[in-house]
Design a protein around this ligand. Structure first.
Ligand SMILES: [Zn+2]
Length: 463
């Protein structure tokens, strides 16, 4: 593969170019900067791509690009890559050792906001395409979606992609490089991801905080009220109590279960790593299943009154709780949302007390992503596995479902084709946190993996 030789020669230049992209502080909420990053990409894409378009949305733009195969055959495969060029805010900024938007290499790692999540990873795939082109070896058609708003949940991605639905018609498979590899440090292929639905309950019981002696017994306590509600959502064994919540939960296939065996870790490892003495989640489920195959109901945080040295003898006037539900195939966020609302209606009918409480609560839903799962049994699986193995020089770990969530449903809806996640960032990339970093080795192995993958896809027989 000449593409690999070309990459070897261009290594330094590629890193310099990546640094240029990273220097643009395209924090997801700062549209001007995000647009600068989109323009940077477009300029780059225009050097090699056959088609480039910026799709405006109500939020940040989406960029799409296409490269035709250089070697024409019947049944040419079309692969679609997805990456996002917006980044998380760098806060807390004082915790960074070097400035977040001034990339610096220390001990084999590039430190910068957005290097792992996701500029380094999308750039690895882009550079691989460029190397294959320069070698005149591109035997597949390639398409790319660059999302400008992943870090806020890609609210307009669906609309943007659907407005170009014919662009996606011939796609055969989708590869997303995002997130960190498995904690075992093995290169990883993920066949799916859990979905998510977030929810907030805001409970304001009165105009003001009051003295807990003077008004104790008169003013209701919003925290106790929330506890009453929360206790109806999940039991002590970790099982969600919302009726119908588990109705559509999928049963993993034999191959998925087999792959799960490879992922098994000694429970003591988790305990040591996290400082635990016992485990959460559904107590009657195996640990690996709890983080992949089972949905969860999590309290993200509760806010009310003051604690520790700031504690006062008051009845606070309000309490807020944020929750997230991680969803698994084939749960749908919009269905779960209705089940939750139904649950609250039933509570109201059950007791006058619950009705009084819930009538004062404001319930809202935030981010939602669909869960996703690509069966192991498709022919692409082996090719991906071989490409990662050669690119990283190590057997990859096959993860049926990644614990985290990605906005992949819009990609699925326009392509209806299998989606695979191949993270190029190492497990301790510190994404979303200070000192985000990506190991140079992992970045380079990502490029190699992609060059090899493009080459191997030529030989597949689609039919
Ligand atoms: Zn992110």
């Amino acid at each position: 593969m000449k593409g690999l030789d070309i990459f070897e020669k261009k290594k330094k230049e590629i890193l310099d170019d990546l640094f240029d992209l990273i220097r643009i502080p395209s924090i997801t909420g700062k549209k001007e900067e995000v647009i600068k990053a989109a323009e940077w990409l477009i300029k780059r894409l225009n050097r090699t791509a056959d088609y480039v378009e910026l799709i405006e949305t109500e939020g940040n733009p989406v960029v799409i690009a296409e490269w035709k195969a250089q070697i024409q055959r019947e049944n040419t495969v079309t692969i679609l890559f997805y990456g996002h060029y917006d980044v998380q805010p760098p806060d807390p900024i004082d915790d960074w050792i070097s400035p977040p938007f001034e990339p610096e290499i220390r001990e084999g790692r590039i430190y910068a906001r957005g290097v792992g999540d996701n500029k380094g990873q999308l750039f690895a795939n882009l550079c691989a395409i460029e190397c294959a082109l320069e070698a005149n070896e591109l035997g597949v058609a390639v398409k790319f979606v660059f999302d400008g708003e992943e870090e806020t949940g890609s609210p307009y991605l669906d609309q943007a992609l659907k407005s170009k639905s014919s662009f996606f018609k011939d796609v055969d498979l989708v590869v997303v490089s995002d997130g960190p590899a498995d904690t075992t440090w093995k290169p990883t292929i993920e066949f799916g991801a859990r979905g998510i639905l977030t929810m907030r309950i805001e409970h304001m019981v009165s105009n003001t905080d009051v003295h807990s002696g003077n008004f104790g017994g008169i003013q209701p306590n919003p925290v106790w009220d929330l506890i009453s509600i929360l206790k109806t959502i999940r039991d002590d064994e970790g099982r969600c109590l919302i009726e119908g919540f588990y109705d559509n939960v999928f049963t993993p296939s034999a191959k998925a279960l087999e792959a799960t065996e490879q992922l098994k870790r000694d429970p003591e490892d988790y305990k040591k790593q996290l400082g635990l003495t016992y485990f959460g989640g559904e107590q009657d489920q195996p640990l690996e299943h709890r983080k992949m195959f089972r949905p969860t109901s999590n309290i993200r945080g509760i806010l009310s009154g003051s604690v520790r040295e700031k504690a006062r003898t008051v009845i606070p006037r309000e309490a807020v709780v944020d929750l997230d539900f991680r969803l698994v195939p084939h749960q749908k966020p919009e269905v779960i949302r209705l089940l939750i609302l139904d649950h609250f209606e039933k509570l109201k009918n059950q007791s006058e007390r619950m009705k009084q409480i819930l009538d004062r609560c404001e319930i809202s839903f935030g981010t939602s992503f669909y869960p996703l799962f690509t069966p192991f049994e498709l022919p692409w699986s082996d090719i991906l596995e071989e490409a990662v193995k050669e690119g990283f020089g190590k057997d990859p770990l096959k993860v049926p479902i990644a614990g985290g969530s990605l906005p992949l449903q819009p990609l699925y809806e326009v392509t209806e084709k299998p989606i695979y996640i191949i993270p190029y960032a190492q497990p301790d990339e510190n994404n979303h946190a200070p000192n985000e970093n990506m190991m140079v080795d992992w970045f380079e192995n990502g490029i190699k993996t992609c060059i090899i993958l493009l080459d191997k896809l030529v030989s597949i027989n689609k039919d």
